[in-house]
Design a protein around this ligand. Sequence first.
Ligand SMILES: Nc1ncnc2c1ncn2[C@@H]1O[C@H](COP(=O)(O)OP(=O)(O)OP(=O)(O)O)[C@@H](O)[C@H]1O
Ligand SMILES: [Mg+2]
Length: 258
Amino acid sequence: MALLEANDLEIRFGGVKALAGVSFRVEEGEVFGVIGPNGAGKTTLLNAISAVYKLNGGSIRFAGEDVTGLPPHRLSRLGIARTFQIVQPFKAMSVRENVAIGAMFGHARLRTRDAWLAAADAALERTGLAPKAAFMPPQLTLADRKRLEVARALAMGPRIILFDEVMAGLNHTEIERMIDLVKSLKQAGLTVVVIEHVMKAVLALCDRIMVLNFGAKLAEGVPDDVVSDPKVVEAYLGQRFAKAHSAAHAATVAGGVQ
Ligand SMILES: Nc1ncnc2c1ncn2[C@@H]1O[C@H](COP(=O)(O)OP(=O)(O)OP(=O)(O)O)[C@@H](O)[C@H]1O
Ligand SMILES: [Mg+2]
């Protein structure tokens, strides 16, 4: 049974179909990537799943239950957590308190301030942010603000986390650290959906990838197949990426050094 199942999702803004009949399944324990050009509908898809936007059509099942139309706070309690592409922490609250808000909304079991803070501390440990727990968000680098998003989502005690471009704007070293963090979440048994433009991260992390283009599914499959699909190269990746990837792949297959 898939943990998350989306059937024929449709979201319209006026006359524009931002999502036009998108269906997919995410299996428990996998990292599922969503890629595609700017404006393809990736963030809209995440907003549809997390009920930030109301569906104009389609249905969503989570852990075997129909969750279509449930409000965001009910989805959080069921174990669906997300991050936001535009990071907006509460500036007047410490990093620790910002993360504790995740615990407050996510965990039905945790009812006291101490319990929320304890869950926050555990999430800060897991994301490497513990030394900055007392910082105020404006003191953080972009990479740390992205980690704060991940920590807040983790503090909710989710079964699935939906990441919207947590690598965007990070440098090489910061991307490597974020890849390691997402890998550690998978190893801990979490199911992860990553929306991402950083292809190095997509290839390092994803078990399967779905490509969106103009609000519709263009391709889906294991990374090697998807990135060499001519439709995907044409619409998104470009010829340069495809050539570089197939050369690197051939070298690996031949036992050569990349
Ligand atoms: N709240 C909204 N109101 C009107 N149009 C919207 C709204 N949100 C998204 N759209 C439109 O829906 C389409 C899909 O946008 P979306 O933000 O989902 O793209 P994306 O794939 O996340 O792009 P990016 O890679 O740039 O983040 C775009 O045409 C966008 O302008
Ligand atoms: Mg987006």
